[in-house]
Structure formats: structure tokens, C-alpha cells
Design a binder for this molecule. Structure first.
Ligand SMILES: C[S@@+](CC[C@H](N)C(=O)[O-])C[C@H]1O[C@@H](n2cnc3c(N)ncnc32)[C@H](O)[C@@H]1O
Length: 212
């Protein structure tokens, strides 16, 4: 059973904050986690696999951490691309508040914690990194990806980490069926990291923003 953090926009559970240290080859930081937010007392293994596998983000532009939780992915993006704007998007209000506080504590002014509807619709992302909420179910996950992946800028890449036994390979196939070129760049500790390449104009070559 997934924790309620997957579904609660405003977790009612009592707060119980912890500090978690992240040590990567290029950056290290400490961030706060809490009950009611994904991975309460540690850096999730899948997130760690993603952060070690993913190539450096573009140095400028708009970057997206889809499903930010307490913010370890958004923070890593911001440390690696300090001049970029990093949109840290989550439906969970406690997650967004933690991400904003964690980024501020590290002096990362470029991180914007936002609810999905707060991201202006004309923003296009130079990169998307995500440990997506697989446990919301296949239909909801597909809907989520169909909402955000078409907003990749031309030539941009989304990196998604997915547990093999939670359907990484079927997600890989589904993404390709939608028209996105996908490569598996890492398979480690039971997780796959998928690189999803922008088609430049949305899935199946349809330019969703084109004038009729
Ligand atoms: C697997 S967790 C990853 C959290 C964080 N990025 C990390 O690596 O620790 C997925 C996150 O997606 C969020 N989420 C669930 N549904 C969402 C939606 N429709 N839009 C954005 N985020 C969502 C959950 O609240 C959760 O924080």
C-alpha cells in the first residue's frame, strides 16, 4: 500500500521532521523531510539512482522536477544549474512547503515550488527529471506524463526513474507507442532510468500548440 502522501494534497498526519544528507560525486547537501511526504527518513534509492545517472542539466532555462516531494531532485538540479529556474511541482502542499524551505535554506533562489496549475502554460522545459508517482495507477500516471512531457522544449530530454518490478519496461513501451523516442540509460538496484526525448512537437509529431 502506498503511503497517503501519494494521494493527500494536504496530509493531516502530525509533523515529524528529519534531516537527510545527500552525498553525490559532484554535490552534497542536507534537506528536511517530514511525515506525509514521500521517503520520510532517507533519500529514496530510485532517486539516488536517477541523480547519479542523469547527465548535467542545461545551465539555463526552465527545468522541471515532476513530483518533487521534499525536493532532493529539484535541489540537485539547482545546484548543478544555478542560473536555471527549477519548477518543483507537487500536488502535496506539505511537500511543496518543504521543498521551498529546503531550497531557501541552501540559498537556491531559482527553485520555485508550485502546484501543477501554478506553472504558466507557456513554459517549456529544457529538462525534466522525475521519480514519478507510479503508485497513483497506470491511467493516472499516463495522464500525468501526457500533461507534462509534451512541454519539453525541442531537443530536450526527460529522465524518469522507475522500479523494474513496478512496470518500468511496460512504461518504456507505452512511451514509445505514444511516439517518444526512449532509451534506458541505466539499470541499477532494481531501477531503470529512462531518457525520453522530445519530438520537438509533442507525441506522434502533433504540435499541440499549433494554430489551426
Ligand atoms: C515517488 S515520489 C518522488 C518525490 C521526490 N521527487 C523524491 O525523489 O524524493 C512522487 C511524488 O509525486 C507527487 N505526485 C502525485 N501525484 C502528482 C501529480 N498529479 N502531479 C504532481 N505530483 C504528483 C507525490 O505527492 C510525490 O511527492
Amino acid at each position: 500500500m502506498a503511503g497517503s502522501h501519494y494521494f493527500d494534497e494536504a496530509p493531516g498526519t502530525r509533523s515529524d521532521e528529519r534531516s537527510v544528507d545527500v552525498v553525490l560525486p559532484d554535490v552534497s547537501f542536507r534537506f528536511r523531510t517530514d511525515r506525509g511526504v514521500f521517503s520520510h527518513d532517507r533519500l529514496d534509492t530510485g532517486t539516488a539512482v536517477l541523480l547519479r545517472a542523469v547527465p548535467a542539466p542545461p545551465p539555463t532555462g526552465d527545468l522541471l522536477d515532476l513530483g518533487c516531494g521534499a525536493g532532493p531532485i529539484a535541489i540537485t538540479m539547482a545546484l548543478r544549474a544555478p542560473a536555471a529556474r527549477v519548477w518543483a511541482v507537487d500536488t502535496n502542499v506539505r511537500a511543496r512547503a518543504l521543498t521551498a524551505r529546503n531550497a531557501a535554506a541552501l540559498g537556491l533562489d531559482g527553485v520555485v515550488a508550485a502546484a501543477p496549475d501554478e506553472v504558466p502554460t507557456d513554459v517549456r522545459f529544457a529538462a525534466i527529471w522525475s521519480n514519478p508517482p507510479i503508485r497513483i495507477g497506470k491511467a493516472a500516471l499516463h495522464e500525468l506524463l501526457l500533461r507534462w512531457l509534451p512541454r519539453l522544449a525541442p531537443s530536450a530530454v526527460a529522465h524518469l526513474v522507475v522500479q523494474r518490478h513496478l512496470g518500468a519496461d511496460s512504461l518504456h513501451r507505452w512511451l514509445e507507442q505514444q511516439g517518444w523516442p526512449v532509451e534506458r540509460i541505466t539499470s541499477h538496484a532494481g531501477y531503470r532510468v529512462l531518457a525520453v526525448h522530445s519530438t520537438g512537437s509533442g507525441p506522434r509529431g502533433v504540435d499541440r500548440d499549433a494554430e489551426p
